[in-house]
Design a protein around this ligand. Structure first.
Ligand SMILES: [Fe+2]
Ligand SMILES: [Fe+2]
Length: 474
């Protein structure tokens, strides 16, 4: 299972043994590089960046760190090892051996799942492409670039599946993945949150904490797939994904740390004063959190969905950690709690569990998100400041599903349109908040230097010190 770097496209799928596929992917490769040059991180192309590259797919010691010019990064195709015994663990095909080829009757649904996942990967690179110009340090710049090259590799992971298993329409989908553009009016990315802007570094950290975590839960559900190549691909992607969420969690944590230090030092919680001191006040951080959380939970789709039921019953997409459930893995008679809006009120209800799988995955996600927010609160507590960040109610600011029909406060209270209009500025990041945060974003690019609004990391990368020259400009 060692990865061969001798091939034009590094891989552990014996690409050389399938000349037709190899040719097709080698044809797609320059198109990918053209996309990277045009839409990848701005102003980065000649810098040497201290990046990790996968050298093996084993959880212990799979990465190698060295300086790389990003356009020369070796994007490759890496699947976690096959388990010859693996069985389908849920749905109508429960107990049957996993599929090594795409079953004809599930082809269209599988392609749709793969394309939807694949589309998010280049989208986030596009959303983040200007951030390098305002990096708070070389360490952060390196982390941004690491996330970007790995999202590029995740695109490769999905494109491999499309080319290898879906023939001509797979190749067409692979081309379309390079043609859609985040935020484009005529040809946008498929999912809403991936068309939002990521204009500043607080937004970037919130995005990698909340939205990359949506990626984690989607990948966990796909890692259960009865289509084995998809399961194996997503398993390896999850190993890379962990770092992206770490960048987000530690990034927001460092912003909070710095703000609290300045609050304690100057004995103030006056927002204007803190802003004048050049740090991001905690209420603004809360409003960013509310925005990114609510936009991200929409990505899980409608609360009750017949597609989700079909994907599960047909063995394409399981529940996160499917084998840990002690139930029948068919869910035909089971129910699941969902919130409903009845007569303008939020009421606890239930739906057939099969149809509520989006809601179940969203709830798993919410639990995981809350845990990190509690860790942020511990940073605040340690400095003795009486302030607590909270994750808004899942009904807040929704655009998808029945909850989108009403307006809710962050605590889940139904509010009138006029209250929403009056309070929205307290709940979601405003233009003024964003303009203030943008005003702090200046480029800090000397080794060991950090912008005033963020603390240095306690742990840098690969045991390097925080003043290491993570990026060298040429
Ligand atoms: Fe990704
Ligand atoms: Fe990611």
């Amino acid at each position: 299972m060692t990865i061969t770097y001798a091939d034009k496209i590094p891989n552990n799928v014996d690409l050389a043994g399938d000349k037709g596929l190899q040719r097709a992917l080698e044809h797609w490769q320059p198109e990918f590089l053209r996309w990277w040059t045009e839409m990848g991180p701005e102003g980065s192309h000649s810098a040497d960046v201290y990046l990790r590259t996968a050298t093996s797919v084993h959880p212990s010691g799979w990465a190698h760190f060295d300086y790389v010019k990003m356009p020369e990064y070796r994007w490759g195709i890496f699947l976690s090892p096959a388990d010859g015994e693996r069985k389908i663990n849920f749905g109508d095909h429960l107990g049957e051996p996993v599929w090594q080829e795409v079953p004809g009757e599930h082809r269209a649904n599988l392609r749709r799942i793969i394309v939807t996942q694949g589309d998010t990967e280049p989208a986030s690179v596009e959303q983040q492409r200007h951030l390098g110009l305002t990096c708070p340090s070389l360490y952060d710049l390196r982390n941004l670039f690491q996330v970007n090259v790995e999202e590029g590799r995740h695109l490769w992971a999905m494109v491999y599946l499309l080319h290898r298993y879906f023939g001509r329409d797979g190749r067409e989908e692979a081309e379309a993945l390079l043609q859609r553009r985040s935020g484009d009016r005529d040809n946008p990315r498929i999912l809403g949150a991936f068309n939002e802007r990521t204009p500043d570094w607080l937004a970037f950290f919130m995005f990698t904490y909340f939205t990359d975590r949506d990626g984690k839960f989607q990948l966990l559900a796909l890692a259960e797939s009865g289509f084995d190549p998809l399961a194996r691909t997503t398993r390896f992607m999850l190993m890379e994904e962990a770092h992206h969420m770490y960048v987000g969690e530690s990034g927001v944590g460092r912003v909070i740390q710095r703000t609290c230090e300045v609050m304690a030092e100057h004995k103030t919680d006056d927002i204007a004063r803190l802003r004048a001191l050049g740090v991001i006040d905690l209420p603004t951080i809360q409003r960013y959190l509310n925005f990114h959380f609510s936009v991200t939970i929409d990505l899980f789709g409608a609360d009750v969905s017949s597609n989700a039921a079909t994907f599960y019953s047909s063995g394409l997409k399981g529940r996160c950690a499917e084998t840990k459930f002690g139930d029948d893995h068919l869910l035909r008679d089971a129910v699941y709690p969902v919130v409903q809006v009845i007569d303008g009120r939020l009421v606890a209800g239930e739906a057939p569990a099969l149809n509520a799988l989006n809601e179940k995955l969203r709830d798993d996600y919410i639990k995981d998100s809350v845990a990190g927010v509690e860790r942020w609160n511990r940073i605040i507590q340690k400095t003795g400041i009486p302030f607590e960040l909270t994750v808004p109610h899942k009904a807040f600011n929704r655009k998808i599903g029945p909850l989108a029909g009403l307006k809710f406060a962050p605590d889940g209270r139904v509010v009138s349109d006029s209250e929403w209009t009056a309070k929205q500025r307290e709940w979601l990041a405003t233009e003024e908040d964003r303009a203030f945060v943008a005003s702090l974003m200046g480029r800090v690019a000397a080794p060991g230097a950090y912008a005033n609004w963020i603390s240095p990391p306690t742990l840098a990368i690969n045991k390097q010190p925080s003043d290491f020259e993570f990026v060298r400009f040429n």
